[in-house]
Design a protein around this ligand. Structure first.
Ligand code: G3P
Ligand code: MG
Length: 243
């Protein structure tokens, strides 16, 4: 069975990485939600994709240079020109409150590719424990050092290495680091790559899958999770295949 994760929430239709997009993903029948975490200047984990607030909010500057209060004064849905009212950048804590009693898996992507946000691992782990989400999270990152660091402090969580490039021997690489999930860009999942990953027993969670054709292809290849911007579309395609 292939699972349906909503990428940045239901971001194909609603402002990405907002509580609205997360709520709509759940309503759309997603099995899980992928979101991106960074730290504010005063050390609060917040949910936003870019290192700059410019693309998704009415502000300008780096996430890491804003205090939480300053950041929460911004509108993360301004691109939609008032269509959905005002939607602030959520904190990870607000998200945990929202998801704690829902049967939803959360893929927390640690956005440490540009700024390392040292110490974010401890903060995210503390929140996972506080909200008892240990069995319901997958921690991923393009920065594989972040994954290894976080595993030191939280060895029982599930981890995945993210990749957007064509890696030879990715299954072996993950296996050698004891990382059970691989999160590649979906176009890189040729039959040869999938076979190598399966040989090492990897869980394959791939992004960003937005068309019926691609959902079908990946489900046929036995991919564990497709992460996409249109969870309703994914739900319907998977239902037509899997029943
Ligand atoms: O975690 C999957 C995907 O979100 C990785 O790429 O840039 O959308 O965060 P990006
Ligand atoms: Mg992401």
């Amino acid at each position: 069975m292939t699972r349906n994760f909503a990428h940045r929430g239901y971001s194909g239709k609603y402002p990405e990485n907002t509580t609205l997009a997360f709520r709509k993903a759940v309503e759309a029948g997603a099995d899980g939600i992928e979101l991106d975490v960074q730290l504010t200047r005063d050390g609060e984990p917040v949910i936003i994709h870019d290192e700059l607030v410019d693309r998704t909010t009415d502000g300008t500057g780096r996430v890491k240079d804003f205090t939480l209060a300053e950041l929460q004064a911004l509108d993360a849905s301004y691109i939609y020109t008032g269509q959905y009212g005002r939607n602030p950048i959520p904190t990870l804590r607000e998200y945990c409150e929202f998801v704690k009693d829902l049967p939803i898996v959360t893929n927390i992507e640690m956005k440490t590719g540009v700024y390392e946000y040292l110490g974010m691992e401890e903060k995210v782990w503390a929140m996972i424990q506080e909200y008892h989400l240990e069995e319901k999270v997958i921690i991923s990152s393009f920065n594989h050092f972040t994954i290894l660091r976080m595993r030191e402090i939280a060895p029982k969580l599930k981890y995945g290495f993210l990749s957007e490039t064509w890696i030879v021997g990715a299954g072996r690489y993950c296996h050698e680091h004891g990382v059970p999930c691989y999160h590649p860009m979906f176009r890189n999942l040729t039959h040869e790559v999938v076979a190598e990953l399966k040989k090492y027993g990897l869980e394959i969670n791939t992004y960003t899958v937005n068309t019926e054709e691609d959902v079908r292809d990946l489900a046929a290849k036995g991919i564990d999770t497709v992460i996409g911007n249109f969870p309703e579309l994914t739900r319907d395609v998977l239902a037509s295949i899997q029943g």
